[in-house]
Design a protein around this ligand. Structure first.
Ligand code: IPE
Ligand code: IPE
Ligand code: MG
Length: 269
């Protein structure tokens, strides 16, 4: 029997993370990426191909998000960061922007108890200016509600941009230097990382983007300096935990060298 997916119309029924009856492949111990970043892309195309308006694609993306969070927990991922609204997305039509604001607020409201039951700690990364106050309130409520959880940290990146995150960090450092609280020579990679929106966020190990686009679109620029990038063609509303596990499988086949090198001449040639 095909399990019934979440839909936005669900009255938030409790479901265990394995409600679909699917389980991840046996990944090697210690090999699962600690931090996975996901660009949830392709909603508009998914909807338009069905003769629907773009916002119907965003609606359909809610189920995909819940499924991927559950699949990340099953796989043992500890940090999942999802791109929900970029600082560039304000350039969309006023109707779409309005929908996305209200939708983000509603999803957080609707799903926070379920996420809490799963042991998910919700965090927000993004910029306050322009973001609707009611969305910020929902984000902060979810943060407080789930603050003690430690199964998985889900960072909702809402009104997030990698460059403005760095601008905000640089400004706070410059303020401290100008006020004599900090010496310029004390500015280090570690210090900059501590001034980002989520100072304790670890580096991204696996960066996944759905919908076939192969670009970062300004997502977690600093944090992804040594991430492995996996681009999948699936449009976000069709994306499931199986796609996440597929991306983890591809990640595991990569040779992460971090600038190092191993000399191993092929003796057969
Ligand atoms: C991603 O889907 C969701 C957001 C950016 C909020 P899109 O809305 O970008 O869908 P496409 O890429 O136009 O298909
Ligand atoms: C990135 O997708 C932002 C989110 C998924 C929230 P976009 O669809 O906005 O990015 P571009 O325009 O294709 O670069
Ligand atoms: Mg897009």
């Amino acid at each position: 029997m095909t399990p019934k997916p979440f839909t936005h119309r669900d009255a938030v029924p409790y479901r265990p993370v394995d409600w679909t009856g699917q389980y991840p492949p046996a990944f090697p111990a210690g090999g699962v990426p600690n931090h996975v970043a996901v660009v949830m892309d392709g909603n508009g195309r998914w909807a338009n191909r069905r003769g629907l308006t773009r916002v119907e694609g965003h609606r359909a993306g809610e189920a995909a998000l819940l499924d991927v969070v559950a699949g990340a927990i099953q796989a043992g991922v500890k940090h999942l960061s999802v791109y929900a609204f970029s600082t560039e997305n304000w350039s969309r039509s006023p109707d779409e922007v309005r929908f996305l604001m209200g939708f983000n607020r509603a999803v957080l409201h609707r799903r926070r108890d379920q996420l809490n039951e799963w042991g998910v700690r919700v965090r927000w990364a993004g910029r306050k200016p322009r973001l609707w106050g009611s969305v910020i309130k929902e984000l902060q409520f979810a943060e407080q509600l789930t603050a003690e959880n430690d199964v998985l940290t889900l960072t909702m990146c809402v009104n997030y941009g990698g460059r403005v995150e760095l601008v905000d960090a640089m400004r706070s450092i410059a303020d401290d230097v100008a006020a004599g609280r900090l010496r310029a020579s004390a500015v280090s990679e570690k210090l900059i990382a501590r001034r980002l929106y989520q100072p304790n966020m670890p580096d991204v190990d696996l960066f996944v983007r759905s919908s076939g686009e192969q670009r970062t679109s300004n997502f977690l620029l600093w944090e992804s300096a040594y991430a492995e990038y996996v681009f999948l063609d699936t449009l976000w509303p069709d994306f499931t935990r199986v796609d996440l596990w597929d991306a983890i499988g591809r990640y595991l086949s990569r040779d992460r060298r971090f600038g190092g090198a191993v000399d191993s001449p092929d003796s057969s040639s």
